[in-house]
Write a protein that binds this ligand. Structure first.
Ligand SMILES: C[S@@+](CC[C@H](N)C(=O)[O-])C[C@H]1O[C@@H](n2cnc3c(N)ncnc32)[C@H](O)[C@@H]1O
Length: 347
């Protein structure tokens, strides 16, 4: 893993422990026995998967099957055993094969020094910015990639980008030329590429805040001359009210809450509510606890996320502001792999 070129603010660091706390471990007197059983089950599964890879037929189908099996093992053996199984899976020779997939490799190697950087999401978006990296892959890697980026999680991430574009455009349609939008953890702000309101100059400003100077640089050059305002900033800065950003009609955070423990998530939500104009909306998204790709992501991709249930989302939303000052909803995306909360500040 490369060293990040900036200092991580520590607010979005999740540990294996914080992930483990999220899903139960079955009671078992001898966790060592259980781990041996899990290792044996993994050995059978990976043997079958490797035979299917070797046969060279329907490789995406084989990857789909493997991802499903890893999800089932994770669920079946629980957090304690699963955390111990992860290094075992990563050390297995199959890891080198699956890392021929450019998306899996980028996630595992973390060239920007941290998990879930904006370039990783560009693989999911099929963005030209990562086309060279994809083109460098082996044929086998491309076959694997064909499934990994079309797995339920990535499908939900592409839908999330489109939902964000729609929220911005709808807000502009309702608010008029004074529309002010804030994207927190903006990454490369890919949702702006399809925004009609931005293209037609109907936004007053679209502030895009991210901790990673490389992402901020990418936004600055791509959206130069538009109402997009990139800001090199962090969750920590927002919590400390260091960034004087003013108020907004729409604030959103996608691909961020998955890395925030509850306490930070609640505090950030409260701060965002304070930055909303009356009638403004705050939206945050999180991978849901129904996501299907978790076992593959946590092992072969070394990408750990905090999944949240409907109740978890409500707990954060409910703590955001006094009950009679807001309207709240929690809803799922189409395949239920991502869950959203929207909170409207009553006028
Ligand atoms: C998974 S990407 C999501 C990018 C974009 N929102 C999207 O949906 O495509 C996560 C982004 O969050 C940013 N990020 C993570 N922790 C952060 C923090 N504590 N403060 C500011 N940005 C953060 C990362 O730099 C990265 O660009």
């Amino acid at each position: 893993m490369a060293q990040p070129l900036f200092s991580l603010d520590g607010q979005s660091l999740i540990t294996p422990q914080s992930v483990s706390n999220q899903f139960p471990s079955p009671h078992h007197d001898n966790q060592t026995d259980l781990l041996r059983t899990a290792e044996a089950e993994f050995a059978i599964i990976i043997n079958i998967a490797m035979q299917r890879f070797g046969a060279g037929k329907d490789l995406p189908g084989a990857v789909r099957w493997l991802i499903g099996q890893l999800h089932d093992i994770r669920q079946k053996f629980g957090a304690v055993v699963w955390q111990k199984l992860i290094p075992f899976i990563q050390a297995h020779s199959s890891s080198k094969i699956l890392q021929q997939c450019p998306f899996t490799r980028w996630s595992f190697e973390k060239p920007r020094g941290y998990s879930g950087d904006a370039s990783l999401i560009d693989f999911i978006y099929g963005h030209p910015a990562v086309a060279e990296e994809v083109a460098r892959s082996t044929l086998l890697g491309l076959d694997i990639f064909e499934y990994t980026i079309n797995a339920p999680g990535p499908i939900a991430v592409r839908e999330r980008r489109d939902i964000l574009t729609r929220y911005v455009d709808d807000t502009a349609a309702q608010t008029g030329s004074d529309t002010e939008v804030l994207a927190i953890a903006a990454g490369h702000l890919r949702e702006a590429e399809a925004s009609k309101a931005l293209a037609e100059g109907r936004l007053k400003r679209w502030v895009a805040l991210d901790q990673d100077p490389q992402s901020i640089g990418s936004i600055a050059s791509q959206f130069h001359g538009t109402s997009v305002e990139p800001i090199d900033g962090s969750v920590r800065g927002l919590l400390a009210r260091k960034h004087q950003l003013g108020t907004f009609d729409l604030i959103y955070a996608a691909g961020l809450y998955d890395y925030l423990a509850d306490k930070v998530a609640i505090r950030l939500t409260q701060i965002c509510m304070e930055m909303l104009k009356p009638g403004g909306v705050f939206l945050f998204a999180n991978f849901s606890d129904e996501m299907a790709d978790d076992g593959y992501m946590e092992s072969y991709m070394n990408w750990e996320l905090l999944q949240r249930s409907e109740a978890d989302m409500w707990r954060i939303a409910d703590a955001s502001a006094a009950e009679n000052t807001v309207e709240k909803t929690v809803w799922f995306g189409a395949n239920r792999n991502i869950i959203y909360a929207t909170i409207r500040k009553l006028p």
